[in-house]
Design a binder for this molecule. Structure first.
Ligand SMILES: [Fe+2]
Length: 300
């Protein structure tokens, strides 16, 4: 197995700001299945059952929910420098490489592309053994999907700056990888640059399904699913969380290597009326489509 990216080993976490911190915190702990690690300087950090120090951070916003950054883990300190060196005119460094005062620590730099997407690149953050005894809770992030009104530009940014590779391109999405997961980041073709969704890896299909029940009981019905995607072959259930933050439970993400041959829109088609491999999922709910246009990156 070879690694697709020489610079990034995975998507580690997502930082958000929300108008109702308590309700969102309650959602991610009591309903979604994360654990509050600690509050530090007004920021709450939530971990999964895997090895990452945290997967989501939340802080108070003054208005709408916003995306503070998507945090990627670098393979080395040198990789962080290479990322900055390859930015060129396609973005800028917001924060130079410096130590982090947060769970896991390590060092990070923060960069922004030309349309305002913000990425934190962390290295040397502490990882733990994890707690695999929780059978139906999120382990780690599986992927983050961002909308793009210029997918070719966004894709090239990820290839040039982060050394990601295209795994598949459908009519509406570009799936990109940095490790053996079929995708860690994907871009959705739209007229905006909002957050599309954050996907959490759970142990198996049973956890995707029982998670659907837990969310339904808590007043968050399935907005799309259950089903099995085409590209990535992963199972899914999608929900609209507090403040239009769209979250996905997924499992069984296809593991690939650099021998994988990307397929394109003419290869990825569904028979009429279908939108997943099993043929059981209804079309995405309008509430999901609406929510996927509402959470934007903060303006630094
Ligand atoms: Fe997804």
């Amino acid at each position: 197995m070879t690694h697709a990216s020489s610079r990034i080993s995975g998507v580690r976490s997502v930082a958000l700001s929300v108008p109702d911190l308590q309700a969102t915190s309650d959602f991610f702990t009591k309903t979604w299945g994360l654990e509050l690690v600690e509050s530090r300087q007004g920021i709450q950090y939530f971990k999964g059952t895997g090895s990452d120090a945290y997967l989501i951070s939340l802080r108070q916003s003054s208005g709408e929910a916003q995306l503070i950054d998507v945090t990627l883990r670098a393979r080395s300190l040198k990789a962080i420098q290479e990322i900055q060196d390859h930015l060129g005119s396609n973005g800028k460094v917001l924060t130079p490489t410096s130590p982090l005062n947060e769970p896991g620590g390590g060092v990070a730099c923060t960069i922004m592309d030309n349309v305002g997407r913000i990425y934190k690149i962390v290295f040397d953050d502490q990882v733990s053994q994890g707690s695999p005894d929780h059978k139906d809770r999120p382990i780690r992030l599986a992927h983050v999907v961002l909308n793009s009104n210029e997918i070719a530009v966004t894709q090239k940014f990820f290839e040039d700056v982060f050394d990601f590779s295209l795994s598949d391109r459908t009519k509406i999405m570009a799936f990109m990888r940095c490790n053996n997961d079929h995708h860690s980041i994907a871009f959705g073709d739209t007229d905006n640059n909002a957050l599309n969704h954050i996907a959490f890896l759970v142990p198996n299909l049973d956890a995707v399904m029982s998670g659907g029940g837990r969310l339904k009981d808590a007043g968050f019905p399935i907005a799309w699913g259950p089903g099995r995607h085409g590209p990535g072959n992963n199972t899914f259930n999608y929900f609209v969380g507090p403040h239009s933050i769209v979250v996905e439970y997924t499992s069984e993400v296809e593991q690939i290597d650099d021998n994988y041959k990307a397929r394109f829109p003419s290869d990825w088609t569904w028979p009429p009326g279908r939108i997943d491999q099993w043929g059981i999922s209804p079309m995405p709910d309008q509430s999901l489509k609406d929510a996927q246009k509402k959470v934007f990156f903060t303006q630094p």
